[in-house]
Design a binder for this molecule. Sequence first.
Ligand code: ADP
Ligand code: MG
Length: 591
Amino acid sequence: MPIRLLSSEVASQIAAGEVIERPASVVKELLENALDAGAHSITITIEEAGKKLIEVADDGSGIPSNELELAVARHATSKLARSADLFSISTLGFRGEALASIGSISRMTITSRVQTEQEGARLKVEGGTTGPLTKVGRTVGTTARVEDLFYNVPARLKFLKSDVTERRAIDLLVTRYALAYADRRFKLSDGKNTVLQTTGDGDRRAILAALYGVDVAKQMLEIQSEEEGSGLTGFISPTSLTRSNRKEITFFINGRWVHDVSLSTALLQAYHTLLMVGRYPLTAVFLEIPPEEVDVNVHPAKAEVRFRNQDKVFSFVQRSARKTLLAYSPVPNVAPSLWGTTRTIPSEPPRHTGLDWAIGHDEELTVRSEQLTVNSQQSIALDNSPTENRQSKIENRIPLLRLIGQIGATYLVAEGPDGLYLIDQHAAHERVLFEKLMAQHAMKNIPSQSLLTPVAVTLPPHSAHLLMTQLPILQHFGFDVEEFGPNTFQVRAMPALFMGSDPSFALRALVEDFEEDESPLQNEVEAKLAARVCKRMAVKAGQALSNEEQRALLHDLEACDSPRTCPHGRPTMIHLSVDMLERQFGRRGAR
Ligand code: ADP
Ligand code: MG
């Protein structure tokens, strides 16, 4: 083929590909435009996860009617005049690309009016073709209506994730912006229900509850720090509140949501030694630095930045977070007791027991988590052939143990025929609950018990949405949960096994840590959900147990098919064999 200039249509679709990846990208660009226009109130309407409709209406300054055509043209912006301005950008937009990009891959209608004009103007752009300008009545402000996103680039549509996932991305995005701009009013609705509504009164903690739920929002630590013209505000989680991935570490820099690996690392360093391996904090942190200190023009969707003095910003974030964490003194943690008694013990950061795993570790205990397969038909099986299966089950059993006591309100100490056993009470209880629940499930007979007073639980919008999809599975497990108003559920009964604990814990556990594209097979889903609920319901580390409770736990663990690991594959116990003790004390071998 000879070399040809691309038609403007193709060129703009290519450019659009960089900026608009999914419906949430459209929402982000339109939100940023509204914020740049000084809007106080922003209303977002979504239909079919944004694929059918995304509309963002604001009460900002508006676009003059004679500039409307320019606004939708490529490389047209009112936010930048000279290239030198690129290094002191104080607006969210500056590339002049968003509206043109969106217009080239959807049917877009912009309606706007400025204060100095009596009427508003409207312009339609369909697949990059601009229609005529018409006059319409409107209050001051702008409405951008985007219909049928990607209708003319079907390949893009194929790359989208499920509606649930795309919807969730939008919900999270809007909630995070609402948090960053707590002084503006945001309203997000899906055409039927209001998903999020903020008052614009500046109260960030209230919005935090919309993002993470009330429980979590209450626990989050406020961070506030200032240094040489830079400021850091927002929230970080206490060490007792963690997630299994980094997705909840969010940063805004000068009002812009960015992904910055170095800042995440700075935060993680602040938590150094305070969190267990593989656990991550939740953060919503807002960094304000002089615009000339940061280059925002390094990424087409403006999702990454570069700092002039990287080390300085890094250490500012790290020190501020560390200071906040250390200033926070742990408060007593009331865990729901499963044996009817509730004791409180201050929750502390996880400590190292000083026991060297390499020494205390016995081959026999090598956890076979890779082999561990979950099978909803018959609880846990260790291998696929039936005979081997039984064999390994028996080998995997633990001997009868004699309880010695509890240490650090976290571990049980027991004696077996061959030495000493240290048992992690939380992991062990998780295992016990999980096997009981799965066994009952396999018999299709989960005793369910009605609550005297039904409990209403309100979840953040994205979690509520997710829970809706899981309601039928919950029923199988003996939960009687009903939708009860927007984002609110009523728990009327739950598995008898969990009676006495807080039902809202169970519901939250079901939606916590949900991986975006987790779509395992049906029977795996059930086992996964069960494991998740059992983890939440299990007795915690730091909870003192009575002698009877300790004994009951040991007894139940002995009865398990796979007593040596928790349902997530971590060990429940460490075995110090007589042989090993003798070697360690120099009674044998070394003599
Ligand atoms: P950019 O935001 O990078 O300037 P856009 O394509 O997003 O580029 O928008 C082009 C121009 O249209 C903006 O510079 C601004 O002048 C105008 N504009 C877009 N949206 C709005 C809005 N909601 N309110 C007022 N002006 C807007
Ligand atoms: Mg813009």
